[in-house]
Design a protein around this ligand. Structure first.
Ligand SMILES: [Fe+2]
Ligand SMILES: [Fe+2]
Length: 208
């Protein structure tokens, strides 16, 4: 898409990401963090700046489908029932459906597919489609790492945030099962840069 259009699309994606994060104080800035971490990993993997910008936009939008999930489930303290988890698992498809009318999000840059598949696992045990390995779109595999890192660094009603090194160790531990090992390696190369970005984005928050 032309530069001016891409800038406006980025602004709208950021705004929609802010809307979903505003539902819950625990997830404040989560979409922004995922956008920034995803872009940093993409650049480290050798993607062009333009392709990394596309990943950034997808990062802002990855959880937009949560707008369709009841707050009683999203903000529940304690474990989810199987039925509640089944509802949560609808958010990637809901997100894809929300952005589908926007041609430059559902077209060949693949943003809609990244949103749809951001909870797939490298070993095929994720959702919605149980895709494995390189059948999962690259951007979705990068978002999966960024999403987990950002989530682990935030408090949730049922657990405290991890510190940065602890969260990084967990990402490394899940290379080859939950995450694409190639993407985990790229993340390990930029881990200090990412930590710097996160520190500058959080005025008050969990220890990093
Ligand atoms: Fe952004
Ligand atoms: Fe998600």
């Amino acid at each position: 898409m032309p530069d001016a259009v891409q800038m406006t699309v980025h602004q709208l994606a950021e705004s929609l990401g802010n809307a979903i994060d505003a539902k819950d104080h625990c997830t404040r800035s989560h979409s922004e963090e995922v956008a920034v971490i995803t872009q940093a990993i993409g650049l480290q993997m050798g993607l062009s700046p333009r392709s990394a910008d596309i990943l950034h936009i997808a990062g802002h939008l990855h959880d937009i489908g949560k707008i369709g999930i009841p707050d009683s489930i999203l903000k529940k303290r304690g474990p989810l029932t199987d039925e509640e988890f089944a509802v949560i698992k609808q958010h990637p498809a809901m997100g894809a459906a929300i952005i589908e009318p926007v041609t430059c999000l559902s077209g060949k840059n693949g943003i809609m597919k990244m949103v749809l598949h951001h909870h797939e696992r490298f070993d095929g045990r994720g959702y919605p489609d149980g895709l494995a390995g390189e059948d999962i779109p690259l951007g979705a595999r990068v978002i999966a790492v960024a999403d987990s890192l950002s989530a682990m660094l935030q408090d949730r009603p049922y657990r405290r945030a991890r510190d940065y090194e602890n969260a990084v160790a967990e990402i490394e531990r899940c290379a080859g099962t939950q995450f694409d090992p190639r993407i985990v390696s790229a993340f390990m190369e930029v881990r200090d840069t990412v930590r710097g970005y996160l520190l500058s984005m959080r005025e008050m928050c969990a220890p990093l």
